[in-house]
Write a protein that binds this ligand. Structure first.
Ligand code: NFS
Length: 675
């Protein structure tokens, strides 16, 4: 009896797989983990509840007199808000400080990734490493002028192309200087539509250099500095712009130059991409500098032969999170899952090695790996784990391919050590990924290929109602993938074309939404017609979260092509992160808002405890930037708010009538067909 009591007291609450995820593969593997007694994030979400004050954004722990906690009274605030911390900081100040620190962390994460890429690019340009090459010289020449680097030279009175290596070195040096130059402003800001650039300038919010804007936030939110939430938001805008139009954009561009600009390709998605009879290597994290080499190493005949010697049929790579998206976009390596599936990939019992770099990596992976034969390998000097079963093989661009070969060999050597019964869910979907600014231009280009004119034309004539950027993470506080999928389906049903990145892109791939055939099943008549004509999916996967910079530039191209206003804020467009969880998402949200986009987040936002600050982000910002924040937990309601915004913009542009005509034409046609 006593023993039983102890047992019941110890029995931990576990997740209900059906409630935790909408994805059948994930449900199967949650159950499998529970059968094996392996705890996952889904179970922890049952036992650990979020802090009620932190979630409202009003816990200040920036000095040792606190933490000062200022929750919203249950009855709300009537009249004067008397709440304050020991120093007198108001709820607005505290929430704005916390929010800005999230922007600083997010911008730092994206931009530091960018810095690594720029450093590797400099080594490549200086020919200090043999392992990487410039794969896309055309893109190099296209970005060089933005850094003020000349691409031609005068020889005997004639303009000739400059030597590519010379251009590369100059671009690399100029790019790296963006992190710390002492004067001026970020060079890529001028790529934005002119009115947008001028607005930032007038507001005094042009980022000076990337690092400085992050440091500025940390200083300003230190105890006793900036105590005006509006002024704090000004700075977090600067840091966020330094991310979107700075660190992230440079990361995307230089990765394209070194590893190739993505073009559409076919792949698959979900845990079913793992193969029981292959050596499975799961690549997880964000920086593609090492994963590029792992892809190369795993394709080498000597490695494949070695795998066969050990009894495997070959080597299967799979991605998780945005490193996964990077190698999907450029090499067609299939993602094995989103952020929330990372532990489950190991639970299959078939993961011979999981290689991680930075960001979105659970420390609990080490505990899960301990229950299986999986070798968990950290590779970044910045990201190690305390658990003893974790291996660290530090990446260095000077011997990157050797590092990668060592890792692949380690996985192969581990193939015969599998202990647990292998259980890979037999679930995966086909997908077309690899879109970008360039490929959209190509696929939706006009008769004279190479312009956004046809896309604009289809928006103007109403076949495409508008554009949505749907991005971001999973969050264990909501049902895995459900908000992503419901939102995207509702948007395409209403003729809104979707540009996706990050874990939303993986979720859409898993659900089979990234195929041209999807159009006939899920899209409204207008969008279906366009997709069928040009042979594209209604949801275009643009890559990782740093590749949200591709969405900014695609929007800029739409503005440039004409007919839809003069600025991003004029476009019939909206952005959303329905299952966000990371600080990077807050930085992304702020740079989209500051670029003129109506931006909706799901789950919650840490602003509820400071209603005045919240109102500033949700309403006041629109007058300043043209974009604003919103929070909507229900994905269908979120879709309808986005569509309502798109319709308002169509009306302002005077193109609302065109759409009514298109729809009438369709209805008439259907009537005719059924007659
Ligand atoms: Ni973006 Fe990509 Fe996923 Fe969220 Fe994490 S992987 S960088 S942060 S969880 S979308």
């Amino acid at each position: 009896m006593a023993e039983e009591k102890v047992k019941t007291a110890k029995a931990k609450k576990v997740a209900d797989p059906q409630k935790a995820s909408m994805d059948p593969a994930t449900q199967q593997m949650i159950l499998r983990a529970q059968e094996l007694g392996v705890e996952t994030v889904f179970d922890r979400a049952e036992t650990m509840k979020p802090c009620n004050i932190g979630i409202q954004g009003t816990c200040c722990k920036n000095c040792a007199m606190g933490p000062c906690r200022l929750p919203m009274p249950k009855t709300g605030i009537e009249g004067q808000d008397e709440r304050k911390g020991l120093c007198g900081a108001t709820a607005n100040t505290i929430a704005a400080r916390n929010f800005s620190r999230m922007v600083a962390a997010g911008a730092a994460a994206h931009s530091d990734h960018g810095r690594t890429v720029a450093e590797v690019f400099l080594s490549v340009a200086r020919k200090e490493t043999e392992d990487y090459k410039i794969k896309d010289p055309i893109k190099l020449m296209a970005i060089a002028p933005h850094f003020g680097v000349k691409t031609t030279v005068e020889v005997d009175g004639e303009e000739k192309d400059r030597d590519i290596d010379e251009v590369a070195v100059e671009v690399a040096e100029k790019a790296l200087a963006e992190w710390g130059k002492p004067e001026g402003e970020l060079t890529y800001l001028k790529r934005a539509p002119k009115p947008l650039y001028e607005r930032w300038k007038k507001l005094g919010e042009l980022p000076r250099n990337i690092d400085r804007e992050v440091v500025d936030i940390m200083h300003r939110t230190h105890m006793g500095v900036d105590q005006d939430y509006k002024n704090i938001v000004k700075q977090c805008t600067r840091a966020a712009l330094a991310d979107g139009w700075g660190g992230s954009m440079i990361a995307t561009d230089l990765q394209d130059v070194m590893f190739g600009t993505p073009y559409p390709l076919q792949s698959e998605a979900n845990m079913g991409v793992m193969k029981a009879d292959h050596v499975n290597i799961i690549i997880h994290g964000h920086e593609p500098v090492l994963s590029e080499m792992i892809v190369a190493a795993s394709q080498m005949p000597e490695m494949i032969d070695y795998a066969k010697e050990k009894g495997a049929k070959g080597i299967q790579l799979g991605g998780i999170c945005c490193t996964g998206n990077e190698i999907l976009q450029r090499h067609g390596v299939p993602p094995a899952g989103t952020f929330l599936q990372q532990e489950l990939a190991i639970v299959t019992g078939a993961c011979d090695a999981m290689v991680v770099d930075v960001q979105c990596v659970f420390q609990n992976l080490a505990n899960v790996a301990k229950c299986f034969h999986t070798k968990l390998i950290t590779t970044h000097p910045m990201a190690k784990m305390e658990q003893e079963n974790v291996h660290h093989i530090e990446f260095d661009e000077h011997h990157a391919l050797d590092d990668a070969k060592r890792i692949v060999k380690m996985a192969i050597d581990n193939f015969n050590n599998r202990e647990a019964e292998v259980m890979i869910p037999n679930i995966k979907s086909t997908q077309i990924a690899g879109f970008g600014v360039e490929s959209i231009e190509y696929h939706l280009g006009g008769t004279f290929r190479g312009s956004y004119y046809t896309l604009n034309d289809n928006i103007i004539n109403g076949r495409i109602r508008g554009i949505a950027g749907v991005v971001g993470c999973n969050n264990a506080r909501t049902r895995h993938n459900e908000a992503h999928i419901k939102l995207v389906k509702e948007l395409i049903k209403n003729d809104v074309i979707v540009l996706t990145t990050g874990c939303n892109g993986i979720a859409c791939g898993m659900e089979g939404l990234l195929t041209p055939e999807t159009a006939a099943v899920y899209c409204g008549p207008g969008l279906a017609e366009v997709c069928e004509t040009v042979g594209i999916p209604p949801v275009l996967h643009l890559g990782s979260c740093v590749d949200n910079s591709r969405i900014l530039l695609a929007a800029t191209e739409v503005v440039k092509a004409g007919g839809l206003g003069k600025d991003i804020q004029d476009l019939p467009a909206a952005g959303a992160a329905p299952e966000w969880m990371s600080e990077k998402a807050i930085s992304i949200g702020q740079y989209f808002v500051a670029s003129g986009v109506y931006t909706l987040f799901g789950v919650n936002l840490p602003v509820e405890g400071a209603p005045v600050f919240k109102d500033y982000l949700f309403n006041g910002c629109e007058k300043i930037y043209g974009g604003k924040w919103d929070l909507v937990a229900d994905p269908i309601e979120m879709a309808h708010k986005m569509i309502a915004h798109i319709d308002t913009k169509r009306k302002e542009l005077g193109i609302d009538k065109a759409r009514e005509r298109v729809l009438m034409d369709m209805a008439d046609r259907q009537k005719l067909e059924s007659a």
